[in-house]
Design a protein around this ligand. Structure first.
Ligand code: PLP
Length: 393
């Protein structure tokens, strides 16, 4: 038998990508499946961004760049963090990577030792626990249900922190819940973390611009400036500019930590794709007005889906602050259909109703499901009709 490393045994493939793959498989076999599993905007990348990439390719930007990104793109990231977040960074505090996902992986590679603990609020983005496990660290989950709009309290955070905690990961607005922490809530979490100086805080801001609540976006570095020196802000162009396939994300943080992350990246992928960097430069420096029409559509779809879900028997859905996900509580509906658990329920829905959604247990909160509304209104209408029928509504 071929021997594989222990670290591979500890992790599983991304369950959200698996649902998308399963839906595609059924569709290829001729079944009519509506996919509500997508983790990416259904829009095309704005034209001015594509044009910048074409020009870059034609003008010979086809070679390796600096590992941490081109000077121009790093400056655009610095300008963005100043403009949107009032955070000031130098060039040696920025690392551009092949997606925010690689930024997060680099951060964990640079910080975590075997046996360290990583505090992860649940429900969580599927990759956080598995990334921690790759490095032999232990995920410590802090559960927050619909009653707190899926947000952890300072008391819960305090209880989860131990001598071994090396990292806390915050994701706001959140995948999968669509809710976001307020500035005051982040400040209160920051007051707890202030007393634990060994902890590095990772703020995953990838949904920053897909936010429609009244209060403006904040991350913990903005709300708790005393943590700035040990916070890594992770963001990217994937979600805001409909650029998931281009693979550009970035991290900003203390120079020694960013330097260590850069060293890791230099021994794995080197620089992110040069042409994608040129596209990201156009995204960050260009007209930010291109985000608004997409945001409006996400909001309209959100309103529609949440209303429809709440009208279904045994379903209750918390309205979101942003993103393109919602996270309805479906336990009662699941029980009524006789499904053993939420995984069986999702399986049943994809097979019998032709609707693909991701079970809540994939995100650490069983009894819920994640619905992505990054698909057309027409698809959403049909999907909600099917769901309602499947649930006997
Ligand atoms: N963080 C969260 C919470 C996400 O949902 C995603 C994408 O699904 C990422 C990070 C990764 O984004 P990127 O495409 O920049 O790697």
């Amino acid at each position: 038998d071929l021997q594989l490393a222990d670290r591979v045994q500890r992790i599983k493939p991304s369950p959200t990508l698996a649902v998308t793959a399963r839906a595609a498989e059924l569709r290829a076999a001729g079944h009519d499946v509506i996919g509500l599993g997508a983790g990416e905007p259904d829009f095309d990348t704005p034209a001015h961004i594509i044009e910048a990439a074409v020009q870059a390719a034609q003008q010979g930007q086809t070679r390796y760049t600096a590992v941490d990104g081109t000077t121009e793109l790093k400056q655009a990231v610095i300008d963005k963090l100043q403009r949107d977040n009032q955070l000031s960074y130098e060039a040696n505090q920025i690392l551009v990577s092949s997606g925010a996902k690689q930024s997060l992986f680099n951060a964990m590679a640079a910080v975590l030792n075997e046996g360290d603990e990583v505090v992860i609020p649940a429900p969580y983005w599927v990759s956080y626990p598995d990334m921690a496990l790759v490095f032999g660290a232990q995920p410590v989950f802090v559960a927050a249900g619909a009653e707190s709009r899926f947000k952890i309290t300072p008391e819960q955070l305090e209880q989860a922190l131990t001598r071994k905690t090396r990292m806390v990961i915050l994701n706001s607005p959140s995948n999968p819940t669509g809710t976001a922490y307020t500035r005051d809530e982040l400040a209160a979490l920051g007051a707890v973390l202030e007393r634990h100086p060994q902890v590095v805080v990772v703020s995953d801001d990838i949904y920053e611009h897909i936010l429609w609540r009244d209060e403006a976006f904040s991350n913990i570095a903005m709300a708790a400036p005393q943590l700035f020196e040990r916070t890594i802000v992770v963001n990217g162009v994937s979600k805001a500019y409909a650029m998931t396939g281009w693979r550009i994300g970035y991290a900003a943080g203390p120079a020694p930590l960013i330097g260590a992350m850069k060293k890791v990246q230099s021994q794995s992928t080197s620089n992110p794709a040069s042409i994608s960097q040129a596209a990201a430069l156009a995204a960050l420096n260009g007209d930010q007005g291109c985000i608004q029409p997409m945001l409006e559509q996400f909001k309209a779809r959100h309103d529609f889906v949440v209303e429809r879900l709440n009208a279904m028997p045994g379903v209750s859905c918390t309205p979101c602050d942003g993103t393109f996900y919602c996270f309805p509580h479906m336990e009662e509906a699941m029980n009524r259909t006789g499904a053993e658990d939420d995984v069986a329920f999702a399986e049943q829905l994809i097979n019998d109703a032709g609707v693909a959604l991701v079970p809540g247990s994939a995100f650490g909160l069983p009894g819920y499901a994640r619905i992505s509304y990054a698909t057309s209104m027409e698809n959403l209408e049909r999907a909600m009709d099917r769901l309602q029928q499947a649930l006997g509504g």
